[in-house]
Write a protein that binds this ligand. Sequence first.
Ligand SMILES: [Zn+2]
Length: 346
Amino acid sequence: MERFPIFKTKIPGDKRVFDLDDPVERRKYFDCKADAEIEKLRDYLRNNTFVGFLIGKKGSGKGTYAKLFAEAVGPQYIEHISIGDLIRSIDSEIKTSSFLNFLEKHYRGPVALKDITKSLKERSTKTLLPTELILALVEREILKIGRKAVFIDGFPRDADQVSYSLYFRALIGYRNDPDFFIFFDVPEAIIDERMKYRVVCPKCQTSRNIRLLATKEIGYDKKSRKFYLVCDQDKSRMVPKEGDELGIEAIRGRIETDEKVAQSLMKMQGVPKIYLRNSLPVKVAKQYADDYEITKSYSYKYQNNKVKIIQESWRVNDDNGVESFSLLAPPVVVALIKQIVKVLGL
Ligand SMILES: [Zn+2]
């Protein structure tokens, strides 16, 4: 993974500290770290668009990065198109005539539309959708949102779709707009622990992480001697989701496909590439990032009938076995902003 350079977000001499969980503080943070680039991007996006492909393994947080980019630059300029969400929305839309009319006008491909809709209705969630249908869905989404810069998340999904991505901007009517691939490198250990320690509120479905994203109140079950999170909203005891205890092994097939797709896109010539990494070696972290930009982990002790919370910088081994810290999402987005400005030549 030597392609992924360590990006410096630390500004020498700047002692300010921001709470990156807080939206107001985050605004100040983005302006502190990248105000000139954010201005350049806004100027550009007032009259222009781009197509950015988010490429990374499942669980690498692509959706979060896209959301924070929009927050930093301005949500009116950019849309995040998740192919997975579009495909899931078919289930409810397949019954509507407007959807079917759209496909009749816009879908072109080797499989008859009536055969596709038939298999969709009888689904079988595993039905593989023809790429041509996915393109029609994206086209429809773009008509809905109007012309904006877009992040495409979840395409190409497998090796067969890689060459489509080279012509994608033409296929969706963005022929003359800059397009580029954005690769996210997230160590497997990070994806694994994010999954293993994930918990959800049975009442309001809020998702948290007992090691990485705690609630205000922590409970202790004396019988099982286990700690649990107490939902901030409704005080329910949060519980793990079934299957998550397997961690990354539960999605191993998907992870391998994602890796193959990324490797073959890296070889593609003619499309600019942006490389972003989520982790940085503990040894050099201080030179590159501020302490508040690094993900913290939580562990707990039960003492004198009270839960004691121990917070420290989260350490994981990256895929090469190098002890690393994991950056919070905002610093990765600062790197993304600066790289996009470079690629666009602003
Ligand atoms: Zn809740």
